[in-house]
Design a protein around this ligand. Structure first.
Ligand code: C5P
Length: 235
C-alpha cells in the first residue's frame, strides 16, 4: 500500500456530529483519520464503519492492553471493522503482541497495520522510574521497540525526537508513527516537544498524527492541501 497520504488527522472531538461535520469536506486522498478513546467511546463501531465506508483509512487508536487472548480478540474485532491501523501497548509483553499479530494473519493483505505504543510520552523519567522500571525512559523506549519488532508487529508510535534513532536501529520497513507535530506558526498547546511536519519526515517518520493544527484551523482543507504540497515537493 502506498504511504500517501502521510497525514493522519486525529479526530479528537466530543460528539459524533462535530466529527462527521469536520470530515465532510475532506478527501481520503488528502489524509487518513485517527479515532481515539474519546470519540470511540462516544461513537462506537458505527462511527468507525461510517468513516471506512467513506473510504478513509482509519487508525483505531485504542491502545489495547490486556491478557494475550483478550487483546488478540480485540484486534480481530478491529480488523472486522475494516480499519487500516490498530495499536496495542508494548508493555503488554511479547506474548500479548505475538497473539495479536497471529490473530491478524488470516486477514493477509487486508490485515490492519499493527503497531505498539512504547512508553506514553506523558511520562517523565522520574515518574517512569517511580513505577519500578530500572532503565531510564529513553532506554526503555528502545527496549520496548525491540520487543515490538521481535513480536512481528509493523512498528511503533514515537515522538519525533526519537524517530532518527529508531529508524537507524530498526531499519526502513519498521513503521514509525509520530504525534506532537506543529506547523511553524501554531501554538504548542499541551505538547512539550513539538516538531514540524517536514522535520519529522526528514528524520524518517512514515506517518504524522496531527490534531489541533488541523482540527482547530478555520480552513482545514487548505491546511491539508498546503501540507501535502510541501510533502510532495519534499519542502
Ligand atoms: O492536537 P495534537 O496534534 O496535539 O494531537 C495529537 C494526537 O496524538 C492526539 O490524539 C493525542 O492523543 C495523540 N498522541 C500524542 N502523543 C502520543 C500518542 C498519541 O499526542 N505519545
Amino acid at each position: 500500500m502506498s504511504k500517501q497520504p502521510q497525514i493522519i488527522v486525529a479526530l479528537d472531538f466530543d460528539t459524533v456530529k462535530v466529527a462527521l461535520d469536520f470530515v465532510e469536506p475532506l478527501s481520503p486522498t488528502q489524509c487518513r483519520l485517527k479515532v481515539g478513546n474519546e470519540l470511540f467511546t462516544r461513537g462506537g463501531p458505527d462511527l468507525v464503519r461510517r468513516l471506512v465506508d467513506l473510504k478513509f483509512s482509519v487508525f483505531l487508536d485504542l491502545k489495547f492492553y490486556d491478557i494475550p487472548n483478550t487483546v488478540a480478540q480485540a484486534c480481530l474485532a478491529a480488523a472486522d471493522l475494516g480499519v487500516w491501523m490498530v495499536n496495542v501497548h508494548a508493555l503488554g509483553g511479547v506474548a500479548m503482541m505475538t497473539a495479536a499479530q497471529k490473530a491478524l494473519q488470516p486477514y493477509g493483505t487486508k490485515a490492519p497495520l499493527l503497531i505498539a505504543v512504547t512508553a506514553l510520552t506523558s511520562y517523565n523519567d522520574s515518574e517512569w522510574q517511580g513505577l519500578g522500571f530500572k532503565q531510564d525512559i529513553n532506554a526503555s523506549v528502545l527496549h520496548l521497540a525491540q520487543l515490538t519488532q521481535q513480536a512481528g508487529l509493523d512498528g511503533v508510535v514515537c515522538s519525533a525526537q526519537e524517530v532518527a534513532l529508531l529508524r537507524a536501529q530498526f531499519g526502513p520497513s519498521f513503521c514509525l508513527v509520530t504525534p506532537g507535530i506543529r506547523l511553524e506558526d501554531n501554538a504548542h498547546d499541551d505538547q512539550q516537544r513539538v516538531v514540524t511536519p517536514q522535520a519529522a519526515l526528514a528524520a524518517g517518520s512514515d506517518y504524522l498524527v496531527m490534531g489541533r493544527s488541523i482540527t482547530r484551523s478555520p480552513e482545514p482543507v487548505a491546511v491539508l492541501a498546503k501540507l501535502n504540497e510541501a510533502i510532495d515537493l519534499r519542502l
